[in-house]
Design a protein around this ligand. Structure first.
Ligand SMILES: [Zn+2]
Ligand SMILES: [Zn+2]
Ligand SMILES: [Zn+2]
Length: 153
């Protein structure tokens, strides 16, 4: 994505969500969009502070929550239970993520094969499923082939 496409994309996204495009909200989104992996709220805050010395951690938390609620960014739940955020370019359509717990890379899994499992659960329980949250955790192929590149999180 070049800067221009990114700028236009951001404005359209915020308009669609009915979110006012404030410089701070934009900075939060830009920080995440520049990353290929997921970031903790504190890391987003530290990077955003380079642009906005006055941005507070509560503002960053609030903006992350609003952007996640609107489906602009994805929440990543690390096996450590810590919450991270990720700017997914695939969009807000239903899909899953394979996350690397070493380098924090995120790969999109567009096919949802959970539907077959849901059917089985419905048959067995007689209930109704309204949603599911599935995330695959592990090591990406880059980290598997070059263990020296691994970072610990
Ligand atoms: Zn995604
Ligand atoms: Zn990796
Ligand atoms: Zn699914």
């Amino acid at each position: 994505m070049n800067q221009d496409t990114m700028n236009r994309g951001f404005s359209a996204i915020m308009k669609e969500l009915g979110l006012k495009e404030t410089p701070k909200r934009r900075a939060v989104l830009e920080v995440l969009a520049e990353q290929h992996g997921f970031l903790s709220p504190e890391e987003v805050w530290r990077a955003a502070r380079v642009r906005f010395k006055t941005i507070g951690l509560p503002t960053v938390y609030r903006n992350l929550e609003e952007l996640a609620a609107g489906g602009v960014i994805s929440t990543i739940i690390h096996p450590s239970r810590q919450l991270y955020y990720y700017f997914c370019t695939t969009g807000s359509g239903h899909h899953h993520h394979f996350i690397c717990t070493s380098c924090r890379r995120v790969e999109d899994i567009p096919e949802c094969t959970v539907a077959a499992m849901e059917q089985d659960i419905i048959t067995r329980t007689g209930g109704r499923i309204t949603s599911h949250i599935v995330q695959f955790n592990g090591l990406c192929r880059h980290c598997l082939t070059d263990p020296n590149k691994r970072i610990t999180t």
